[in-house]
Design a protein around this ligand. Structure first.
Ligand code: HEM
Length: 401
């Protein structure tokens, strides 16, 4: 990062242009080489940082780069502050601790049989269709039903969560603010219902995230305020539903293109955890979250003023050739694979890493186990920023014999 600054910038990155499965990565490679801190005029203007070391440095400096102004480009919350993502440490800490408490190793292990049952049932249905949209029928309901288990929702509440979260995500995709607002309010109402139920009948805070948040205290020993508590449960309800469908969709596309790898993973499921880690790097489903600098900063000669959004391109950092040789290649067991930034880093690093790894591995295992072959058989539709990856993957599946 250098110290001299240049005049006000132009439109060096345009995430609103049509994208195919590979094109965003070609654009990022170009930016990493020639313009590592680029300006975009889209979405009322933002900066995007594309090199690994710069993204990591910003994530590890939460004193300078905060999330409480906005944590994502495009958009910011129109319906209130939602911890943990919308708060900076130290206000962020009690919410984060309470969520972490309900995601311990024992809780994750206890959820595994349900995740297997849900994945197996969804996959049986998908395979019986022979041709269907993999995202719609499998990778999108899977995390929603697993979330229903983790959050202790009733069947009805799980159905409401899945249908509302789908509308919410599609409305984001279409930049339809009015529909985003309606869906967000419905999610708030589900969060309110859950909080009221757990106040009446608290559950074990090591098991139930809402009960854990109700038991949490701030630095002065006070309960968390009602509005932020509702915002947090509302945030938690959807935070794990967006990335897994997209990543599993990317994996299905990759394995359609590489049938040898598909067969290798099918015949040796012990390779799956390592394969998932490399897929997380290669097809990082969050293009990036955002930060805002507290004071003016100069990065690679670009002057960034306080208040200007800075998108951290995790998807680009994870294909930075300075850190990952042959970055566009799938390589099982890269020596430095644990350095990838698919789950972020620093105080806001993903709280659901273990839950995510579990459902991704089991989801892929079921896809491979219940088929002898699958391939893409139609048009792949891509998500817009802040995600990166397919939101529709038509698959033709041959059942396992
Ligand atoms: C493929 C799956 C997933 C990916 C790639 C992913 C990625 C991420 C990333 C990159 C962040 C950091 C945001 C930032 O830097 O501002 C994040 C935050 C978070 N994730 Fe995940 N996530 C996944 C699944 C899940 C699941 C299943 C949960 C379930 C509990 C979850 C819960 C959270 C929470 C609560 C935060 C906010 C953390 C904080 O602000 O302290 N995520 N995730």
């Amino acid at each position: 990062m250098s110290s001299s600054a240049e005049p006000y910038p132009g439109n060096e990155y345009d995430p609103t242009l049509p994208e195919d499965f590979d094109s965003a990565h070609r654009v990022f490679a170009e930016l990493r080489a020639r313009c590592p801190v680029a300006h975009s005029n889209a979405f009322e203007g933002f900066w995007i940082v594309t090199r690994y070391e710069d993204v990591l440095a910003i994530l590890m400096d939460p004193q300078t780069y905060i999330t409480s102004v906005r944590n994502v480009v495009p958009g910011s919350s129109t319906t209130g502050r939602r911890p943990p993502l919308h708060l900076d440490p130290p206000e962020h800490t009690p919410y984060r601790r309470a969520i972490d408490r309900a995601l311990g190793a024992a809780r994750i292990a206890a959820i595994e049989p349900s995740t297997r049952r849900i994945a197996a049932d969804l996959m049986r249905r998908l395979v019986s269709l022979r041709e269907a949209d993999f995202v719609e029928e499998f990778s999108s309901p899977l995390p929603a039903y697993v979330f229903g288990e983790w959050m202790g929702l009733t069947e009805d509440q799980t159905r409401v969560l899945w249908t509302t979260a789908k509308v919410y995500v599609k409305a984001w995709e279409a930049f339809d603010k009015a529909r985003v607002q309606v869906a967000s309010e419905q999610l708030y109402s589900l969060a309110g219902e859950l909080i009221a139920e757990r106040r009446r009948a608290p559950r074990d805070p090591q098991v139930d995230p809402t009960s854990s948040l109700l038991e949490a205290r701030d630095a002065e020993g006070r309960p968390l305020p009602d509005d932020l508590l509702a915002g947090c449960v509302r945030q938690v309800l959807v935070v794990g539903l967006v990335a897994p469908p997209i990543l599993l969709g990317s994996i299905a596309v990759h394995l359609s293109r590489d049938q040898a790898l598909q067969q290798q993973l099918r015949s040796d499921p012990s390779l799956l955890p390592d394969a998932i880690e490399e897929f997380l790097r290669l097809y990082t489903p969050y293009r990036g979250f955002a930060r805002t600098a507290r004071h003016e900063v100069v990065l690679h000669g670009r002057r960034i003023r306080p208040g200007e959004p800075i998108a951290l391109a995790y998807a680009s950092a994870n294909r930075d050739e300075r850190v990952f040789p042959d970055p566009h290649e799938f390589r099982l067991r890269r020596p430095n694979i644990r350095q990838h930034l698919a789950f972020g880093r620093g105080p806001h690093a993903c709280a659901g890493i273990s839950l995510a790894r579990q459902q991704l591995t089991i989801g892929l295992e079921e896809l491979l186990k219940q088929t002898s072959h699958f391939e893409v058989c139609g048009e792949i539709r891509m998500s817009g920023m802040p995600e990166l990856g397919p939101i529709s993957v038509p698959l033709r599946l041959t059942p396992a014999r």
